[in-house]
Design a binder for this molecule. Sequence first.
Ligand code: GLN
Ligand code: ZN
Length: 774
Amino acid sequence: MTTTDIPAFPTGTILGYPRIGRRRELKKAIEAFWGGRIDAAELEAAAAGLRRATRQRLAGLGLGRRDSSIPESFSFYDQVLDAAVTVGAIPARFADLVDADGHLDLAGYFTLARGAGDNLPLEMTKWFDSNYHYLVPEIGPETRFHLASDRIVREFEEAVADGYLTRPVIVGPVTFLLLAKPSDGAPAGFHPLDRLADLLPVYQDLIERLAVAGAEWVQLDEPALVSESIDIPRERTLAAVAQAYAALGGLDTRPGLFVAAPYGSLDDALAVLATAPIEAIGLDLVRGTVPAAVPGLKDKTLVGGVIDGHNIWRGDLAAAFDHARRLETLSPNVAVSTSTSLVHLPHDVADETKLGPELAGWLAFADQKIGQVATLARGLATGRETIQAHLDAATASLASRRVSPGVRDGAVRSRLEILTPADFSRGDYESRVAAQAAVLDLPPLPTTTIGSFPQTGDIRRARARLVAGDLSPADYRDVMRAEIARVVQLQEDLGLDVLVHGEPERNDMVQYFAENLDGFAVTENGWVQSYGTRCTRPSILWGDVSRPRPITVEWSSYTQTLTEKPVKGMLTGPVTILAWSFVRDDQPLGETARQVALALRDEIGDLEAAGIRVVQVDEPALRELLPLKKKDHADYLDWSVGSFRLATAGVADQTQIHTHLCYSEFGVVIDAIRNLDADVTSIEAARSKMEVVTDIQASGFDHGIGPGVYDIHSPRVPGVPEITELLERALEAIPARQVWVNPDCGLKTRGYAETVDSLRNIVDATRAVRATLV
Ligand code: GLN
Ligand code: ZN
């Protein structure tokens, strides 16, 4: 098709749909393929069946069968991996997976994601500020770009054969290169974006093939344009956008180009897209606002992402409609959409039977969001009056939510109102050190673990039987106590210094607290893809949070009866609880975090009263929730650090507070970590070979610090010499009085054999290093 024949963009669409299946069918099929129970053809057939069911579902919910409003956003594992495989960006270490024509079969595709033998998989990292993880492409001067897979074209043709005209979705070329990292052999100073000119012909090739196949619109996702955490000068990014879309838009024969920019405002990239030869621009109007006019914008279709694709609330539909209407001042061609792909949401509120009608009525999962898009699109086409009843119903629902008793709990609110700065601050650190030394009596370089021990099949089965009613709560408690006693004995035998109970009673470190706090609800089928076939079921934080009764005290105090050594109480911090739940959108996050903090503060107080001398409050998500725009950092760091301090500042000097953070890019948050004022902070460091300790030293961090010496992401057992070397490296940078010795993270996902060997080596190495200290 030539650009003058491109049909109008559909009035309502979504940027993408969950791929794993409403009953996790794709997960099950892929895992059956990995387990050798089905072959590649059977997996392909299962995936095709799922795509077909999805198309039917989306059409049934109000998207058009033949107007390009249904996105073709399927992936077997990850959309960034798909882009890499499509353009032939296969790292050299996987060269033998590729056949003579440069193709990779399904098994090879999964090998890139999961590794094989000594060949490490592509690195995995977080997709913008969501909980989704993508695979990081590796690009170097040697990468030979070519159209290595026509899967995207075949999926479009499959839909055509089924009677649908869908809209293929691809990660855009600029985002693809900005999210990539230099390949192993790349020279210093190389950036994947250096290869843009070589990559663009492959995108051109693909887009032309889609045109030949009959596609009328293609969606190119460019979320990297909204992020300020990408380490490249902005002018370079903008020049790349101009270059890329001049090339793609300059094709004679092509579908309409829709460039979508979810997760934030485009800012100065909008002007570049507005003058590029593309037809439609997707704006996230949930995170961003309606922009000011820029030259060229009036000639584009503006696709207003007015329905929140990232959260589960039904929301203010009338306001969303007004947002879309305001776009009409910028261009006569306006459409509505979700702000992001719906991949972050569960499928359907109707699949939940236990939420109660009131809460269920406030929610919109992926399918309900599509209904909302369809309603707004109708309103744009036929006038507000035609959808007024829907807008009013949403407004009434929102009003009922505002006044619902659980949403606003007077007791919680008055407690927050009387907080003073003193509630956020512990005494002088040096006095704490002295008080703690007196009660804890620890050796230099104390050893500990991060909390969880391996979750065995027996533990999981006991929990499943408890949920099914086959095991009484009392019997379940006995099973867990026996497990705790075993884990304590093991730690005693190994000679660890600060012991843990092992967290056997927890299904998930956030869900466990959500189930035990007021203000949260838990779903039955609300699965969301985290990465690959891994799904999580986030809890819904819908109301004011309070703690009806102690949560962990019984477990921790039981554990303390089994040993003379200090037992570390184990809690999940406010920021992490928020980050891994669906959080209410009717008040600032900081306010919600302070409510969670007060509940944890009570829990810590009860642990202390029960004789627990060390309490760890995990905040692995502190870095992950950092906003994409720099202007929002200060506010975020203020409330996130504040909520941790509020949770932990109520204890006496002699009670030792630990925290745990799960990453090693300390850089941007180092000051925040210091401001947490935890007595001891454990961090991930083994994977980066202690690189992080130099940052710590440079920052003047003077509290206790446990850089991990055991990479728990791998079944490998680190030997004594290796651990000794890591410890020595840490001690070169940090005074011995500050150093703790621990693994990188919890041991939940490891097996027992490797765990025991690794911990034994940690203790042996520590003893040897201790002996060298004067
Ligand atoms: N205490 C938790 C555990 O050991 C911490 C997990 C995490 O950091 N993600 O499992
Ligand atoms: Zn961790």
